[in-house]
Design a protein around this ligand. Structure first.
Ligand code: CP
Ligand code: NVA
Length: 324
């Protein structure tokens, strides 16, 4: 049995075997979803959902996921939980740990998620920070795994902003050993330290490529994200100019493998980072990718909150998982 993390802050440090177990668990939960055999391993458990930025997919998948697993969710915002506000982060972490079983946080500064994890005695999940978006990339990898793609052998092309989503892809490449070619405009690179670390750990399989078409050449996966992430809205005009030539269009996709897929974490901006013909076309798997957030995060919540229920999920269909 692979070592299980206490929290999900980033992908670096996770064991590949544990992530593959998570995918299998997500598949098991998915197979019985909505049936009488659907297990409720989180009955009596509550998650605090802290959102400091807008969210459709993440908020809904954690809320619905918690309900489907038999638990409850309580919504909190910046008024209740912040690193600049009403009370100290250690106090918030201690109090929440006494009342809920899981803390899910979407915020700006990564340091807030780290501080909550440091002081909480319940698991903390990073639901996106300015630095990373690990739940998204776990669901992306789960999507590709379900399609039978070889996660250790594929080539992923990133075209666009050097943002939080890319930074989690850098860690994923280190974890699974796939090739990741990164095409970002000058001035919009990912964090230099994170990139160098990924380059070093991947023995050159992670590399920056100047020309987006070269990044895409022969790729199995073409991935892009918004040119302007949440919190950078005032730079939107400047970014539209800087990102000229980085739109994923059919001409760019034609350089990828014939069976390449197009992925995007969403929300998308048709006519900016991708044209409608691609994101709404046959190679796009964005809707399935978004839907998999639910299945993957259900498995993640069970793995962190009631890991003993995980391996018994199959048995739990016929016999209830014993109480803690
Ligand atoms: N991809 C993603 O995290 O979407 P939301 O911002 O809507 O949660
Ligand atoms: N990079 C985007 C991802 C949204 C899910 C953002 O941070 O806004």
């Amino acid at each position: 049995m692979s070592a299980r993390p206490a929290h999900l802050i980033d992908l670096l440090g996770l064991e590949r075997e544990w992530v593959l177990e998570l995918f299998a668990e997500a598949d098991r939960l998915r197979a019985v979803r909505g049936t009488a055999r659907a297990p409720r391993p989180l009955a009596g458990k509550t998650a605090a959902l802290v959102f400091h930025k807008p969210s459709l997919r993440t908020r809904v998948s954690f809320t619905v996921g918690m309900h489907e697993l038999g638990g409850d969710a309580v919504d909190l915002g910046a008024v209740e939980v912040s690193d600049t506000g009403r009370e100290s982060v250690p106090d918030v972490a201690h109090v929440l740990s006494g009342m809920v079983d899981l803390i899910v946080v979407r915020t700006f500064r990564h340091s807030l998620v780290r501080a909550l994890a440091e002081h909480a005695t319940v698991p903390v999940i990073n639901a996106l920070t300015d630095q990373s978006h690990p739940c998204q990339i776990l669901a992306d990898l789960y999507t590709l795994w379900r399609m039978g793609r070889a996660l250790d052998q594929m080539t992923v092309a990133w075209v666009g902003d050097g943002n939080n989503v890319l930074q989690s892809w850098l860690e994923a490449a280190t974890l699974f050993g796939f090739t990741l070619r990164v095409a970002v405009p000058d001035g919009f690179e990912p964090d230099a330290g994170l990139f160098l670390e990924a380059e070093r750990r991947s023995s050159g399989r992670v590399r920056r490529v100047r020309d987006p078409q070269e990044a895409v050449r022969g790729a199995d996966v073409v991935y892009t994200d918004a040119w302007t992430s949440m919190g950078h809205e005032q730079e939107a005009g400047l970014r539209r100019v800087a990102f000229a030539g980085f739109t994923v269009n059919p001409a760019m996709m034609s350089h990828a493998k014939r069976d390449a897929v197009f992925m995007h974490c969403l929300p998308a901006h048709r006519g900016e980072e991708v044209v409608a013909e691609v994101i709404d076309g046959p190679q796009s798997i964005v809707v399935e990718e978004a839907g998999n957030r639910l299945h993957l995060q259900k498995a993640l919540m069970v793995a962190l909150v009631r890991p003993q229920a995980c391996r018994r999920t199959r048995a739990a269909f016929v016999e209830p998982v014993p109480a803690d």
